[in-house]
Design a protein around this ligand. Structure first.
Ligand SMILES: Cc1cc2nc3c(=O)[nH]c(=O)nc-3n(C[C@H](O)[C@H](O)[C@H](O)COP(=O)(O)OP(=O)(O)OC[C@H]3O[C@@H](n4cnc5c(N)ncnc54)[C@H](O)[C@@H]3O)c2cc1C
Length: 308
């Protein structure tokens, strides 16, 4: 593990933790230590922190809510920038067109709440979606027939050389649970975003959000720790239905279990090992392939399992 120079993040001492277990921050409760973890409070701090890592040739990754990423028990030999930049604002024209500005570290829950409070429609589908705007854009998060690409207008990114770029919706090349940010080897980090939404009726927006939250609660293990859907749905198939048909509901390895409520979720308990979670992913893939000839593709990102 890199021993970090104490001056690396000297202006941000209070926000920095060295040799920090990622299991304390990951929604899956899994993950070994990282050399250093910085809680980033705004876009400027995020850019500065990235520059400091780039200058010192230190490996780094930017994470949001860690609700879609499984880090191995060996951890990450570099710096994790935990993005908590959270500003959200909007402007509106006379026709009711709303432009929403959000930092990439804003929680989707906070964005949905902001939309409810300000009678802004377009993000009702995201009620109950954990994680941040950055993570949602990276993986083109979606639910109930919609996804983040539907309202994405543009965003500011910064690449591994520190170059800042404005990216439009077409630059993002959104696809099912994917974007150019995800496909191009984690090279660019999203700083902020602009979304196109519209004015709606407060009561109707709140009612739609509540409906979506209730639908999640009825079908997903929302009270347990998980990373959401583990696998992408294969074309014209449901990953959950295939896993259920394979008889895997309730199957456990260590403290990682295929959810009884939704077979495409793996739930975890305190003390879970990332290795158990990973082994369970491989077991599910193998069993479904042997029974149905379908190779399930993970939707979650797994870091540090490459050579295993
Ligand atoms: C109970 C539950 C329900 C869920 N339901 C859904 C659902 O309905 N639909 C759905 O699509 N997903 C769902 N998910 C998965 C997850 O919540 C989403 O994928 C979410 O958008 C991930 O955001 P995050 O901030 O947690 O990303 P993280 O897990 O922190 O990161 C995921 C990836 O995004 C990258 N990333 C994060 N921020 C940035 C940034 N600013 N710039 C560039 N890259 C970045 C990270 O480097 C990492 O590679 C669910 C998860 C849970 C636990």
């Amino acid at each position: 593990m890199h021993k970090l120079d104490p001056s690396l993040f000297s202006p941000y001492e209070k926000a920095f933790l060295s040799d920090e277990p990622l299991s304390r921050h990951a929604f899956s409760l899994c993950g070994g230590p990282c050399a250093g973890l910085l809680r980033v409070e705004n876009g400027e701090m995020l850019r500065d922190a990235m520059e400091r890592c780039i200058d010192r040739k230190l490996p780094y990754r930017v994470f949001g809510g860690m609700t879609n990423v499984l880090v191995s028990d060996d951890g990450f030999d570099g710096v994790i920038l935990l993005n908590r930049s959270g500003s959200v604002s909007h402007s509106e024209d006379e026709s009711g067109k709303v432009t929403l500005y959000a930092d990439s570290g804003a929680g989707m829950a906070a964005v949905v709440r902001y939309c409810c409070e300000n009678s802004i429609s377009g993000f009702e589908w995201a009620a109950g979606l954990p994680g941040t705007v950055g993570g949602a854009v990276y993986g083109n998060a979606g639910a109930f027939g919609s996804d983040i690409s539907q309202s994405f207008l543009c965003g500011t990114t910064v690449d591994r050389n520190g170059c800042v770029l404005q990216m439009t919706k077409s630059d993002m090349e959104f696809d099912y649970r994917s974007s150019v940010l995800k496909r191009e080897a984690k090279n660019s980090v999203l700083l902020d975003t602009v979304f196109q939404l519209h004015r709606g009726t407060k009561a109707a927006i709140i009612a739609a959000c509540e409906e979506h939250r209730a639908a999640r609660k009825a079908t997903q293990p929302v009270d347990a720790h998980s990373l959401g859907s583990v696998f992408k749905n294969p074309p014209n198939e449901s990953a959950g239905k295939l896993i259920q048909a394979a008889g895997l509901k309730g199957f456990s390895i260590g403290k990682a279990t295929v959810s009884m409520k939704h077979a495409n979720f793996i739930t975890t308990e305190a003390g879970v090992r990332a290795a158990d979670y990973h082994q369970l992913v491989v077991h599910v893939q193998k069993t479904v392939f042997e029974l149905f000839g379908v190779l399930l593709e993970p939707e979650i990102e797994m870091l540090g399992f490459e050579a295993k």
